[in-house]
Design a protein around this ligand. Structure first.
Ligand code: HEM
Length: 232
């Protein structure tokens, strides 16, 4: 195996360390929030609680894939390593979001998610809206994931490839809507937070909003630089 082919691989010691961080932190958080402080029985860990951690981890990976690109651009981090990290985080975010969606559908019942259902056992407005955001968010993410396949850049051309990659931003915005609608009412009652740890939906919204805010700030400053260049 050549050095080059090794350095292009997504699974490497340094990406494994990122995995431990971006998967381990949400998992530890969920365990402490729900089992240690919330008193949820451990029998609900494999699907119900793990799904909460997986969904937050998905957001962390997607957000990181956009943030590292910018943050490491001017650093002495090797460009190949940076691209590997961006791709690793993006694809890991996609696969975890897909796993989260399957797990959520297996658990989907008024007993597990009372906030999302009305008294007649059908989805209420919160459930309808938040699930619609979730499904469309996953669709946007799958477009970004498909365009990151190795041959896609040549197949669709640089401009369409870039547009496909940007669908991840729409995914984050819609995922923000997904968690905002379902979690909003609980965000303002810290006395009800298990162990005073903020709800996962709130942490997820902040993580999803960060790359979107950075992108907006970057384009505003790029526009103002262009404007000041034009008046010189
Ligand atoms: C078919 C698509 C999807 C379905 C059916 C779905 C379903 C659900 C359900 C039922 C919940 C409530 C979970 C709970 O309170 O334990 C939830 C929460 C959540 N979802 Fe999704 N989701 C989908 C897509 C997504 C995507 C694409 C993302 C991220 C990119 C995402 C991120 C989250 C997050 C962060 C939470 C908050 C978990 C919590 O508050 O504990 N979801 N989703």
């Amino acid at each position: 195996m050549s050095d080059q082919s090794y350095s292009n691989r997504l699974l490497q010691p340094f990406t494994s360390r990122w995995f431990i961080l971006l998967f381990g932190v949400p998992m530890t958080y969920a365990i402490f929030r729900y089992h240690v402080f919330g008193g949820v029985e451990w029998s609900h860990f494999p699907l119900f609680i793990a799904n909460k951690a997986i969904s937050l981890s998905a957001i962390f990976f997607i957000a990181t894939s956009y943030l590292v690109g910018k943050a490491l651009r001017d650093s002495d981090f090797e460009p190949v390593k940076r691209l590997v990290l961006i791709k690793f985080c993006g694809l890991m975010g996609f696969s975890l979001a897909a796993i989260h969606s399957f797990m959520a559908l297996l658990l989907f019942s008024p007993q597990n998610y009372p906030k999302l259902f009305g008294e007649d056992g059908r989805l209420n407005l919160t459930g309808e809206l938040s699930m619609a955001f979730g499904v469309i968010s996953l669709w946007c993410l799958s477009i970004a994931a498909i365009t990151s396949l190795p041959f896609m850049h040549e197949a669709v051309g640089a401009a369409r490839w870039k547009r496909g990659q940007r669908m991840g931003y729409f995914c984050l915005a819609l995922a923000g809507g997904h968690v905002l609608v379902m979690g909003f009412t609980g965000w303002f009652k810290p006395s009800g937070w298990h162990g005073y740890l903020p709800p996962i939906s709130l942490v997820a919204l902040i993580a999803a909003a960060t790359p979107l805010l950075m992108k907006m700030l970057n384009s505003v400053s790029a526009k103002s630089e262009q404007g000041s260049g034009g008046t010189r």
